[in-house]
Design a protein around this ligand. Structure first.
Ligand code: ASP
Length: 346
């Protein structure tokens, strides 16, 4: 067996940042700096290459065009490497992980995204462990050479999670990510223990297909007691709007205000896709359980099941980017295309 080949793609984020001596603020640095801080990288018997992604960015500046660039880099290098490690800021990491899970169709290799809460040069950094273990996960193979985790994942603080199931839950602690509605794919302790039954199984006969098109004419509307009609109206009357994510209460409920249902109905008649996601981190939308969500079904709102907000936003951008009809989008929202949703029958 030849030793695995791993490509590290450095996009930016705290992991590679350094404090500006004048202002004290953290500013992005480069891969050279990161690798100098981790001499342990030399001890892997894998072939590790790294490339820096244009000008490294703070992930708060993440944009769909950067996701397309990441997909391009992975596609260009797909046959040359056995696994990919993407170093990324934590703030929008879950959005990137979700977007890539849709854009990298039939992915047959690991794409492990990681970062850190403290810069890698700092004494108590979490970046070193996250980087080293992510490389091990990206290189892990079954005895017959098949990759252990052929999917887009986030690895953070001992836990490997499916990327499109993950959310940032902590702005300070090292344990910053959770997959509330899906089992972790591995735990790193003395050994890295993979939870094989939960890892995606791909049909190896299907060819890897990178996608680049996303449509970001989408909006999130969070409901709250006292929400005003004119505010909702100003959001919903945007002529360029193609997708709306409604953040509802509990199992997918909305206040029973006739004006709200009328506006939503008019919007879906206009062809705008409306998806219902819950404000709860755990559990799923169950439309029709209460009268308050029955009316949403009548208004043409689609069930977002137990998908994370990050997942629904990027899935909607992906489906709209492919110019599918509203019916087809509804069908695909009710399908788990990259392991992103638990559907009632599954
Ligand atoms: N603002 C940083 C970023 O997301 C935070 C981090 O990396 O943790 O790029």
């Amino acid at each position: 067996m030849t030793s695995p080949r791993i490509l590290i793609i450095y996009t930016g984020g705290t992991i590679g940042m350094m404090a500006n001596p004048a202002t004290g603020a953290l500013e992005t640095f480069d891969w050279e700096h990161v690798s100098n801080c981790v001499p342990e990288l030399q001890r892997f018997h894998y072939r590790i290459d790294a490339l820096t992604f244009g000008k490294p960015i703070d992930s708060s500046d993440m944009e769909p065009k950067y996701w397309a660039r990441m997909v391009e880099i992975i596609a260009e290098n797909y046959d040359r490497y056995d696994g990919f490690v993407l170093l990324h800021g934590t703030d929008t990491m879950a959005f990137t992980a979700s977007a890539l899970s849709f854009m990298l169709e039939n992915l047959g290799k690991p794409v492990i995204i990681t970062g850190s809460q403290l810069p890698i040069g700092q004494l108590r950094t979490d970046g070193k462990e996250n980087l080293l273990t992510s490389i091990e996960v990206a290189a892990a193979q079954h005895p017959d050479g098949r990759p252990m985790v052929p999917e887009v994942c986030i690895f953070f603080e001992n836990r490997l999670m499916r990327g499109n199931r993950t959310t940032k839950i902590n702005s300070e602690g090292f344990n910053a990510f959770r997959s509330h509605n899906y089992h972790s794919l591995a735990h790193a302790g003395i050994h890295i223990k993979f939870e094989e039954p939960f890892i995606l199984r791909r049909d190896p006969s299907l060819p890897f297909r990178p996608h680049y098109l996303l449509d970001n004419h989408v909006m999130i509307l969070t409901l709250f007691p006292g929400i005003r009609e004119e505010v909702v109206e100003s959001v919903l009357s945007l002529p360029s709007l193609r997708g709306l994510i409604l953040k509802t209460y509990g199992a997918g409920n909305a206040p029973q205000k006739p004006w709200l249902f009328e506006r939503l109905k008019a919007l879906s008649r206009r062809g705008v896709v409306i998806v219902n996601t819950t404000q709860c981190s755990l559990g799923a939308v169950e439309m029709g359980r209460y009268e308050s969500s029955l009316q949403l079904i009548e208004a043409g709102v689609i069930n977002g099941h137990d998908m994370t907000l990050e997942c629904v936003v990027t899935k909607l951008m992906f489906l709209l980017g492919h110019n599918y009809s509203a019916e087809r989008i509804q069908q695909l929202m009710n399908t788990s295309i990259a392991g992103e949703a638990t559907l009632p029958s599954s």
